[in-house]
Design a protein around this ligand. Structure first.
Ligand SMILES: C[S@@+](CC[C@H](N)C(=O)[O-])C[C@H]1O[C@@H](n2cnc3c(N)ncnc32)[C@H](O)[C@@H]1O
Length: 258
């Protein structure tokens, strides 16, 4: 078979495999082939302030799902990247690990993986890492402070944490509790800490410095709240749910250093 015909065939096969998977991340696997993720992944990269150059670094991504941030870390030069997850990978929910595995194959990536719950992370089991990514996971956990302790134990350099936040008008450390479906109609959402609670918890588990890197003026908090509330209220209305106190909710990114 001629080279160009073979490439078209491979592309077609890849498109079919991509189409058979329910994606969370949008990952460019080849020119013109990007996975149709529901997450606005690319938009988040800038917000996270991921270091441009990760040459020689070891990187751990906790709760990696389809692995976008692992592949991005590898693209930025990381020497070793480990993806970990549990809930989204074990196939008992609507998602599984097929997206991660297909993306890794298609990209020719050397990202490693271990299926492990965040609560089971220890240096003995997985080692320690220069950079740890803990993105969009904290609010899904029943025991956030304990989870941060586990994450701290495997971080030897920097942690980048991104999470849902709530109660952002308060300047004292505080967390909103969602015992049922109050947040996004999702029973796996438990906690909405405010930025002050996140930085205080990170210091409590041993990080020397923890800094909010998302803008933090009152104007920004208000604009973020308005955007988030509009989306949330629309979503809740579709489910016929009484609006919760979603004023003051949003997303925050914190960088912490050991
Ligand atoms: C909203 S997704 C975020 C995915 C990715 N980190 C990102 O930011 O795009 C939440 C992820 O956390 C994972 N997760 C939830 N609970 C977990 C746990 N106890 N241990 C490990 N991962 C968990 C889910 O499986 C899922 O992949």
């Amino acid at each position: 078979m001629e080279g160009s015909a073979q490439i078209r065939l491979d592309e077609q096969a890849l498109r079919e495999q991509v189409g058979a998977i329910k994606w969370f991340h949008s990952i460019e696997l080849a020119r013109g082939i990007t996975t149709p993720g529901t997450d606005a992944t690319a938009e988040r990269v800038e917000l996270l302030r991921l270091p441009e150059d990760l040459s020689g670094k070891t990187v751990l991504d906790v709760g990696a799902w389809d692995g976008f941030f692992c592949f991005e870390a590898e693209r930025r030069g990381a020497a070793r990247v480990l993806a970990t997850d549990s809930f989204a990978w074990h196939g008992e929910n609507w998602s599984n690990k097929e997206g991660f595995e297909l993306a890794r194959r298609a990209l020719g990536s050397a990202v490693q993986d271990i299926e492990i719950d965040v609560m089971d992370l220890t240096p003995e089991r997985i080692g320690t890492f220069d950079l740890v990514l803990f993105l969009g996971v904290l609010y899904h956990l029943r025991h956030p402070l304990l989870a941060l302790e586990r994450v701290a134990s495997v971080t030897r350099g920097q942690l980048i944490l991104e999470t849902h936040v709530d109660l952002t008008w308060m300047r004292r450390p505080a967390m909103a509790f969602y015992p049922e479906m109050e947040l996004a109609w999702d029973p796996t959402n438990w906690w909405g800490p405010n930025p002050e609670a996140i930085t205080a918890m990170l210091r409590a588990v041993g990080f020397e410095r923890a800094e909010l890197v998302t803008p933090d003026s009152w104007a920004y908090r208000l604009a973020r709240t308005a955007r988030h509330s509009a989306r949330n209220l629309r979503f809740l209305a579709q489910h016929g749910v009484r609006p919760p106190a979603c004023i003051g909710q949003g997303r925050a990114v914190v960088h912490a250093f050991r």
